[in-house]
Design a protein around this ligand. Structure first.
Ligand SMILES: [Zn+2]
Length: 420
């Protein structure tokens, strides 16, 4: 049995609960949206905890925060562990925060025991994972991995017209003593602990999920254009009613796309109608499509069907389809998955392989280094809600497995050499 790396479970829980007080909502949840005063306050708290243990803090142009436990070999690429500190407006205490605090606890525990890793161990919090204030999310990890340019990210505005750029400048001005790293750097590996945000682990009575990958996702914006008219006088046959076209198109999409495969997730989540007046024939309907499937071939096939179905059912209206997100499914690094499974086994904790139905920053890190995720169960599978809850013992167990995997990775001169 491999040695178990102890962490301080009580401290981890106390800090996680203290963090949840920043942006706490009356309903017991957290409202700490990206680049808000709440997130800045959370940075102050987390940086103070890290510095107390001798870690050093730095940021980058994308507003990611790095807390570094220095390794013996400063030239070796660092091992990254972390998640995000931002939340949904009525989010919970654990989404993102559990991963950051588990990562910090692991690094702090190593530091306290005077255990110096071979590689730098860097706890990271990615900017704007949630994408609710500034859409779409995962900006920090996308910028880090070179998926999106920083100027495009800075230009995005929230509902009040405030830009990411302005808020990034405000964030950096709040931490004038933090050194600024260049955007993106070579990493040896990335590990992220997260609550599952679904019910599978709890149902299967497993303590851990070894995440195999993240299911692929495509999103589209569709606009149906017709013509306005008087609801009382315009003859029915002459109408180009955009809402009627939407009703036909939406029904056909639901029926046909759902029929492609049982695992398909097809959602029309937002619809706007113009002019949206009771006695006017609707002239324009814009709607969103969110399409997900773990198998890229099925996802592509389903995505391709959308265009044909829209064109088939739109007439006499015209239709414009704009693809927005095209994120294929990814597989996490098999060597890291094996190590997570083994660490869970060594600690006597039942685990299972699980596909992430939700997106995470790790998807982007997987493009630039070996990456993997550990899921812990959350009560009833509920997440993005104020009553989101994870058992203290499960959070601690997750951190403990993370610590053991990191003992292998960051303390080895060549993290993966034993596997080849
Ligand atoms: Zn999250």
């Amino acid at each position: 049995m491999a040695p178990i790396s102890p962490i301080n479970a009580d401290r981890l829980w106390a800090r996680l609960m203290a963090l949840a007080e920043i942006g706490a909502t009356p309903g017991g949840g957290v409202n700490r949206q990206a680049l808000s005063d709440g997130e800045i306050a959370a940075w102050h708290r987390v940086i103070a905890w890290a510095r107390e243990a001798g870690l050093t803090a730095a940021t980058d142009p994308a507003g990611n925060l790095f807390l570094r436990l220095a390794g013996r070999d400063r030239a070796a690429p660092p091992v990254l562990i972390g998640s995000h500190l931002d939340s949904q407006p009525t989010g919970g205490k654990f989404d993102g925060a559990a991963g950051v605090m588990a990562a910090l606890e692991v690094a702090v525990s190593f530091a306290e025991r005077g255990e110096t890793p071979a590689h730098d161990l860097i706890v990271v919090t990615w900017m704007n994972e949630e994408g609710c204030r500034f859409a779409p999310g995962m900006m920090g990890s996308e910028a880090f991995a070179g998926v999106r340019g920083i100027e495009a990210i800075r230009a995005v505005r929230d509902a009040n017209g405030i830009s990411v750029g302005e808020e990034l400048d405000r964030l950096h001005a709040s931490f004038p003593d933090l050194p600024r790293k260049p955007l993106g750097f070579v990493a040896a590996a990335y590990l992220e602990l997260h609550i599952e945000q679904g019910p599978l682990l709890e149902t299967a009575e497993r303590v851990f999920g070894v995440v195999t990958g993240i299911q692929g996702k495509k999103t589209f914006q569709v606009v149906l254009a017709g013509a306005e008219g008087h609801a009382g006088t315009l003859p029915q046959q002459q109408r180009r009613d955009a809402l009627a076209a939407f009703a036909r198109t939406a029904a056909a999409l639901h029926d046909e796309i759902s029929a492609i495969d049982a695992e398909i997730k097809f959602t029309i989540g937002r619809v706007t109608v113009e002019p949206n007046a009771p006695s006017v024939v609707p002239s324009r309907v814009a709607f969103s499509i969110d399409l997900r499937h773990p198998d890229n071939a099925v996802l592509d096939a389903a995505g391709a069907r959308i265009t044909g179905l829209c064109h088939q059912h739109a007439p006499p209206c015209t239709v414009t389809i704009t693809p927005l997100v095209d994120a294929p499914s990814n597989d996490f690094d098999p060597r890291l998955r094996e190590r997570i499974g083994r660490a869970a086994y060594d600690q006597g904790l039942p685990s299972m392989a699980i596909l992430s139905a939700a997106g995470h920053d790790a998807r982007h890190l997987a493009k630039v280094c070996p990456a993997a995720m550990i899921f812990i169960p959350c009560r009833g599978g509920a997440s993005h809600v104020e009553h989101e809850w994870a058992d203290p013992g499960r959070v601690a167990a997750g951190a403990s497995v993370l610590a053991q995997v990191l003992r292998d990775l960051a303390f080895a001169d060549q993290p993966f050499v034993a596997e080849t």
